[in-house]
Design a protein around this ligand. Sequence first.
Ligand SMILES: [Zn+2]
Length: 398
Amino acid sequence: MGGAAGRLSRMAGRGDGSVIGGKIGLWLEPGLLSKLAAGRQVVLVTGTNGKTTTTRLITAGLAVTGQDVASNSYGANMEEGLAAALGQALDAPYAVLEVDEKYLPRVIQATAPRVVVLLNLSRDQMDRAAEIWLVARRWRDSFATASRTHVVANADDPLIAWAASSANRVTWVSAGQRWREDSWCCPQCGSHLRREGDDWRCRECGCSRPRVSWVLDGGKVIDSAGRAHDLDLTLPGRANRANAVIALAVAEVFGVEVARALSALRRVTSVAGRYTQVERRGRSVRLLLAKNPAGWLEAFDVLDPPPAPVVLSVNAQEPDGRDTSWLWDVDYRVLRGRRIFVTGERRLDLAVRLEADQVPFELVDSVDQAVDRIHGRLDVLANYTAFQQIRAALGRVS
Ligand SMILES: [Zn+2]
């Protein structure tokens, strides 16, 4: 019935049907998720940023084994989305599932995962997110009871390291941390953390960065045996290199050799419409998604170098968070020296913010208006529903 509902939803043009089918399935059978997960090797991926991309990269890495991999590749990351993804690939022995941060403990209980991946934790849409420390503490509690689960975690994010350290087995990865505004305090005792480079330590309680076995070093990855490999990804930016190193560490848990996994990762060119290049009225447009301050900071790194133009688009619908005050947490001065177009339902909020940072901009009603005013390439950076609207306007690029 879930599958039929999903197909109906697609036929009616309501969406990709990845949520409604799961919703109906769970309504009929509340234990559906654990039934669908039984007998499979499950990987759960969570964190504030990078979930969808990392899920895609791990899926690519595991696919080299020749086995089928179930995955919620379009980011429907609550229970109904997970049930739908598993229901659509009943025979797949592997499942790689992106999970919303708040649902992780519940999903761990339902799916008994072989691996849980923890990427990073930072403030998200302010009117929606519970305090991130509470999220980390719930993770920590659930690892203490999931004794067979292997955690792969970013040691450079103190909150992540603290959450993961209650697990029996952890592969620590140095994936870096660009956004540090949410991690100046010790997650264990609240004292001020000493930070030098990627290293961090609390002088009060001794909580410190664990020893890492995988390292992102510029454009290279150093694997657990100490060998360096060039990453050479097609996906752009530091954040995606970090996601790739994590994906390689997960592939190792499944016995996939680094070189083989890496060549599969290099073939990933876009993820759920992100990073896609589309031609629009003779110009090349590239779509980037960023949903919160940490995400915007990472996205700025990916932009074509100045003076390349960029469109910034912000909405404040329910999935984005109604409150746009997070815009004030981002430093926009790095955008000076390029032509900036501002659009989206909350373009005036963004305009005020840019004005305060003395960054010149032009207001436009749509991406097409910006396209008409430039030559060559255009990067478009948008938050969640703004991204979906632009993607639909440009022809549902995938
Ligand atoms: Zn401490």
